[in-house]
Design a protein around this ligand. Structure first.
Ligand SMILES: [Zn+2]
Ligand SMILES: [Zn+2]
Length: 366
């Protein structure tokens, strides 16, 4: 007999998360319920947890925007539409779009202004309340976008569909990385490392990655994920090293993925070749940073803002994960139970002495 309640991590305000039992949603012909196997955590979760980025819809809210799970309940109409059955494993996209506005109809549903929900951000007072991945179950709205994932991958790896999806979209789609290209990735977080893998999967010839001296463990991992060269930015000059590595040809594509820092954007402008592309993915916390626009003109550069990931990015990422081409298990460093969500966030933030986190996931079922 199924319980009438679902255990969830509920954020009640900045810095405050507690466990609560929320009503289990009733599902019908056109919706469903996903039993969460794992929910990945990323830098955005840290920003919203501490309140540096507000929960736009207000509190309380079940956080978690990177859910992976098993279909527990599914209505006939929903099963037909999504092509899934109970027991199937799926990855759930962040946005629940309206599927009717011009942005949705033209493929830009990630920018939909009439979205039905945003997983991990929609508050619990919007029925049926279970909108986040940090819970035993998440509600599958009729408009939800989901992707089947092979059931034999470990959940900690399958849940990497989210950061690898970002790597695929930013590197291959927005960066247009082609065969033999030199790709410079500024920033060695989980997305940076997985972007190295995505670049190699797209045919990049040379991948160069930067990081801080304190990122030594991440730079070492990056080499296992396709980085041919690594640059320690507090010890070496990025542009000089890229010039040396490429024999003066510079990078075809640069991904700028560092949080808050201003220098990397300038490095990107100087380390990219004439006619090259720069994908800007690192948020600077609202700070306006100087930009040498003459370089953009004189080098005929293309700058692209990396907002979100789309279905094609996720689908290609899932295929790369299923291929086993890269040692994904090496990237996963920590698994936590739901009750330890705050600790999981602190470990991800690097605030727990002795713990070197790269990829962190919460597994509600333990
Ligand atoms: Zn995330
Ligand atoms: Zn829409």
């Amino acid at each position: 007999m199924a319980s009438n309640t679902v255990r969830a991590a509920v954020q009640t305000g900045p810095g405050a998360i507690e466990l609560r039992d929320l009503p289990r949603p009733r599902t019908g012909d056109d919706d469903g319920l996903l039993r969460i196997e794992a929910n990945g955590l990323c830098g955005s979760d840290l920003e919203t947890f501490h309140g540096r980025v507000p929960m736009r819809g207000g509190y309380p809210v079940v956080p978690g925007h990177e859910p992976l799970g098993i279909i527990e309940e599914i209505g006939d109409a929903a099963a037909e539409r999504w092509g899934v059955q109970p027991g199937d494993r799926v990855a759930l996209e962040v946005l629940v779009p309206c599927r009717a506005c011009l942005l949705c109809l033209s493929g830009r549903y990630m920018s939909c202004k009439h979205r039905k929900a945003t997983h991990g951000y929609t508050p619990v007072d919007r029925a049926p309340g279970l909108w986040g991945g940090l819970a035993g179950y998440v509600y599958l709205h009729p408009n939800a976008v989901l992707h089947k994932v092979r059931g034999d991958l470990p959940p900690e790896i399958a849940v990497m569909y989210n950061p690898l999806g970002a790597g695929v979209r930013w590197t291959s789609h927005l960066g247009q990385v082609g065969l033999g290209d030199t790709v410079l990735i500024l920033g060695a977080g989980q997305r940076g490392i997985l972007s190295a893998a995505a670049a190699k999967a797209a045919g990049a010839g040379t991948v160069i990655m930067t990081g801080l001296a304190s990122d030594a463990h991440k730079l070492a991992l990056a080499r296992e994920f396709g980085a041919d060269h690594t640059i320690v930015v507090d010890e070496e000059d990025t542009v000089a090293r890229v010039t040396e590595i490429t024999d003066g040809e510079l990078a075809d594509v640069v991904l700028e993925m560092t949080p808050l820092a201003a220098q990397p954007l300038d490095d990107a402008l100087r380390a990219v070749r004439h006619g090259g592309r720069i994908v800007v993915a690192g948020l600077k916390g609202g700070t306006k940073i100087p930009l040498d626009s003459d370089l953009v003109v004189n080098k005929a550069l293309t700058l692209v803002g990396a907002y979100g990931v789309d279905s094609r990015g996720y689908a290609e990422a899932i295929r790369i994960l299923e291929s086993g081409r890269f040692p994904f298990a090496r990237l996963h460093t920590h698994t936590f139970e739901l009750a330890d969500t705050v600790k999981a966030l602190n470990v991800l933030a690097g605030e727990v002495p002795g713990e070197q986190a790269v990829h962190v996931a919460v597994r509600p079922a333990g």
